[in-house]
Write a protein that binds this ligand. Structure first.
Ligand SMILES: NCc1[nH]cc(CCC(=O)O)c1CC(=O)O
Length: 310
């Protein structure tokens, strides 16, 4: 039963984040709640001249919102699930994951005939995962850094900074940029980052528990949640994050959750892969992580972190 209480949603202020915050607001307003969106510029949005892996610290997009959640300045925060660190403070739990958008990556170009499989070109990407996958699958390309919000990146593409760039379909779709998509990359070879395509809602420590339950009922998608929990347990077990080339994607099938995951060397020179099927997300995520660890994932990730830091 909606109370008259206003729900304050904290968010980054990029166009994508604002779209996501409005999406959550719509879900809540449809049930009769009043909603206020409070937007902030995070460190991750301010530092655009360095790649995320160099900024280093986990949670460059989430820390300030967490402080606001703790101070009770906002009731909930919305985050791209992909941008969240694998472990969060216990007093600020995730209470919902929205229904996942198609989770795959896409290639954008002004040239409709551009394909990754053809001759070498300049390809823009900012993620270590995408760089490593490109180096492994399509080593003919020259890779350039592409930071900034999706609009900035599209402007860079238009100004000729690269011939093509790789982004998550989810963000491209939400921003209405589909007309620039020239290729949809398969999940099996270009496996997305953990959490890609879903929006997570993090709760203030001061949120009324009854309201938290109501928000969860309105916004959470259970199949998505099971997948995201499996992926996030995998990442936590590997001590990964969005700045290392770890991939993980779960999907609900008739016989249970299927999880495929792996770790790549920065230049795609090594690839560790593992898959698993299960019903309990935590058990599945940890089992697939253990398989990767048995193959040497922790040593590989330690090397990667050293290389990224230097
Ligand atoms: N790190 C930036 C980021 N965080 C979430 C998305 C896309 C939306 C989503 O995955 O839900 C993007 C852009 C991208 O990787 O292309």
């Amino acid at each position: 039963m909606p109370t008259n209480k206003l729900i304050r949603i904290g968010t980054r202020n990029s166009a994508l984040a604002m779209w996501q915050a409005r999406h959550i607001a719509c879900l809540l307003e449809a049930a009769g709640y009043s909603v206020e969106i409070i937007d902030i510029v995070t460190i991750g949005d301010k530092i655009l001249d360095r790649s995320l892996s160099k900024i280093g610290a986990k949670g460059v997009f989430t820390e300030e919102l967490e402080t606001m959640l703790r101070n009770g300045e906002i009731d909930i925060a919305q985050h791209s699930a992909k941008d969240l660190p694998s472990t969060l403070a216990a007093d600020l739990p995730l209470i919902a994951f929205t229904k996942r958008e198609a989770a795959h990556d896409v290639v954008l170009s002004l040239n409709p005939d551009f394909r990754l499989a053809v001759a070498g070109a300049i390809v823009g990407t900012s993620s270590t995962r995408r760089r490593a996958m490109l180096a492994k699958e399509y080593s003919q390309h020259t890779l350039v850094e592409m930071r900034g919000n999706l609009q900035t990146r599209l402007e860079k593409l238009k100004s000729g900074a690269c011939d093509a760039m790789i982004l998550a379909y989810a963000g491209v779709h939400r921003m209405g940029m589909e007309s620039y998509i020239v290729e949809h990359l398969p999940i099996d070879t270009f496996t997305p980052a953990v959490g890609q395509g879903s929006v997570a809602i993090q709760s203030s420590s001061q949120l009324d528990p009854a309201l938290a339950i109501a928000i969860r009922q309105l916004c959470n998608d259970e199949p998505t949640e099971a997948c995201l929990l499996a992926e996030r347990h995998l990442l936590a077990q590997l001590d990964g994050g969005c700045s290392v080339p770890v991939f993980g994607h779960a999907k609900q099938h008739a016989d249970g959750l299927h999880l495929q995951a792996g770790v790549l060397g920065l230049q795609g020179e090594v690839e560790l892969k593992a898959t698993g099927i299960g019903t309990d997300p935590e058990t599945l995520g940890k089992a697939v992580a253990q398989d990767l660890i048995a193959q040497g994932a922790q040593t590989l990730l330690q090397d990667i972190r050293k290389q990224l830091a230097s």
